[in-house]
Design a protein around this ligand. Structure first.
Ligand code: H2B
Length: 97
């Protein structure tokens, strides 16, 4: 079954439930910056997210600079934000808190 982009209403509801994430209208994506004590903690977080992403077959676009990890979630197969991104955002948040 095709993965659908979220409707405007569904997106608004999802963002309301993910206050730490920012909507990127240009990409139809959500983004969040995570900051850690040092590189080791940041990379440990990335390793745990990588395992989640493989299991879900849903992968973040991200970058790392020392203690910082910038994450962008969008669904390539849908051409924008989908329920998969919302689920992944929740799963990532549950790792970092
Ligand atoms: N990750 C993301 N973010 N979006 C996708 O559409 C996507 C993915 N598709 N990971 C998956 C892999 C797809 O390419 C494979 C073939 O299932």
């Amino acid at each position: 079954m095709a993965i659908e982009r979220l409707s405007d209403e569904a997106r608004a509801a999802a963002l309301n439930e993910l206050p730490d994430w920012t909507y990127d209208a240009e990409r139809d994506a959500i983004t969040r910056r995570y900051t850690f004590a040092d590189f080791s903690a940041a990379f440990g977080f990335m390793a745990r997210v990588a395992l989640l992403a493989e299991k879900a077959d849903h992968h973040p676009e991200w970058s790392n600079v020392w203690n910082r990890v910038d994450v962008l979630l969008t669904t390539h197969d849908a051409g924008g934000l989908s329920e998969r991104d919302v689920k992944m955002a929740r799963a990532i948040d549950s790792l970092s808190s």
